[in-house]
Write a protein that binds this ligand. Sequence first.
Ligand code: ATP
Ligand code: MG
Length: 224
Amino acid sequence: MQMLLRAENITKRLEDEAIPVTLVKNANVEINAGEYVAIKGPSGSGKSSLLYLLGLLDRPSAGKIFYNDQDISALSSNKLAKLRLEQMGFVFQFHFLLPEFTALENVMIPMRKLEKLSDSDIKKQAKERLTELGLEDHVHKLPSQLSGGQRQRVAIARALANNPKLILADEPTGNLDTQSSETVQDILQNLVKTHGCSVVVVTHDTEFAQRCDRIITIVDGEIV
Ligand SMILES: Nc1ncnc2c1ncn2[C@@H]1O[C@H](COP(=O)(O)OP(=O)(O)OP(=O)(O)O)[C@@H](O)[C@H]1O
Ligand SMILES: [Mg+2]
C-alpha cells in the first residue's frame, strides 16, 4: 500500500507557558492511501494536537513529517497552506461554515481559493458535492436554515471541494444527535471507497472508532 503521510518521532511542546507542557510526545504515525484511521483517547490526551500536526495546521517542536515522501518541515507557511488547500480537507466538531453565505457558496470557497476552475465549473462541482451528500434541496440555504446534521454534511462537502487525498476530522459527530451521527459516520466511511481518499478521524465514540481500519490510541500525549 502506498504511504501518504508519515510522522516520525514528532513531539509538540509549548515552551512559552509558565510550566512548559508536552501535548504530543515522540509519536510515530503512518497513514496509507485509502486508509480509514481513528484517533482515540481520553479528554485532554492530545488527540486534537496530534490531528493538527498531521494536518500540517501546526508544526512539531521536534521530529519530522513526510507527505508523499516529501519532508514538509522545510516548507514555508505559504507552501504549507497551498499543500493543505490542494491535498487536504478538514472537518471539525463545529461546522465553521460562514454564516452569511449559502451552503453552495461555502463549498465554493476552497475551490475559488485554488483558482483552478472557472466560476461556472466551480458552481457545478460544488452542487455535485452537495448532491452526493443528499443536500440537493438545500444548496441555497444559509447555515442557520439547516439542521446540525445538514450543516455538518455541508462542512464535509466543503472539505471534499478540491478532491483532497486526505480528510482530517476532529470529533465530527461530537455535536450531533444519534441519527445524524450515523449518517456522518456512513459518509466518512464511504469516502474511502467513493473518493479513494484517506480519512483520519478523532473520536471519543468506541463504536465509531471500531468502524475504522485501524485505531490509534493516545494517552497523555503518547501513542500506546
Ligand atoms: N494552547 C494550550 N496551552 C496550554 N495547554 C494546552 C494548549 N492546548 C492544549 N493544551 C493541553 O494539552 C492537552 C492536549 O490537548 P488536546 O486538545 O490535544 O486534547 P484532546 O485529546 O483533543 O482533548 P478533547 O478530547 O477534550 O478534545 C490538554 O491537557 C490541554 O489542556
Ligand atoms: Mg480535542
